[in-house]
Design a protein around this ligand. Structure first.
Ligand SMILES: [Zn+2]
Length: 93
């Protein structure tokens, strides 16, 4: 009789322990998924990479290069870009 009761108690403890573990796993998985979804939204910002890789035309030779790697003269829409020091010299002469 005592063995029977001990068996029930152990199985009850085991069931509650398994439920607790499963609940923790489900909770952590849910939180991880929510974190991934939350992290993804600010990363998908299309405006920033587009401006960083803007291509500009060299006024001397007509080569298109990223704006950051070119020599710039002037500001705004009046800007003039040179791809190299050689093209800069050609335009000056
Ligand atoms: Zn050039």
């Amino acid at each position: 009789m005592i063995r029977y009761i001990i068996g029930i108690v152990i199985s009850l403890i085991a069931v509650s322990f398994i439920r607790a573990v499963v609940g923790m796993i489900q909770k952590s998985v849910k939180e991880n998924v929510e974190d991934v979804l939350r992290d993804d939204t600010p990363k998908s910002n299309p405006a920033e990479p587009a401006t960083a890789a803007t291509l500009k035309r060299c006024v001397t030779c007509g080569t298109y290069k990223p704006e950051a790697s070119m020599t710039r003269y002037g500001t705004g829409t009046k800007s003039v870009f040179f791809c190299s020091a050689a093209c800069e010299k050609k335009a000056a002469s």
